[in-house]
Design a protein around this ligand. Sequence first.
Ligand code: 5GP
Ligand code: ZN
Length: 117
Amino acid sequence: MTAIDPSCIFCKIVGREIPADEVLRDEHVVAFRDVRPVAPTHILVVPTVHVAHLSGFAAQADTAASARLLAAAAEIGTRFGTRGYRVVTNEGSDAGQTVHHLHLHVLAGRSMAWPPG
Ligand code: 5GP
Ligand code: ZN
């Protein structure tokens, strides 16, 4: 884990170098609307430090930051998902991860199939 990666698009959003439609920001997390939403509500929740994916984050010692990431996803889901919501993270190529800064997708506003594709 590094504090920031200057080449990382989500670090640039955390650092306000590039704009995003933010819905929440604090010491540990930033949450913003996905630029290519796949549901009426599609919000990404990211840690303010650069970590590539969930495995790296789970292995690091800062339990306050990891607890806050999960709590923020729940807050956003509750706020925007009046009939429920889904929280997803993709890790690695099989899961289709495209941005290598950990993010939780919070999806809401439509009914969703299971299992996901
Ligand atoms: P992944 O495929 O890694 O799980 O999800 C990456 C997500 O980031 C995608 O849903 C993609 O639309 C979103 N994304 C990529 N670049 C940007 C950006 O610059 N701004 C915002 N708001 N979302 C982005
Ligand atoms: Zn980053």
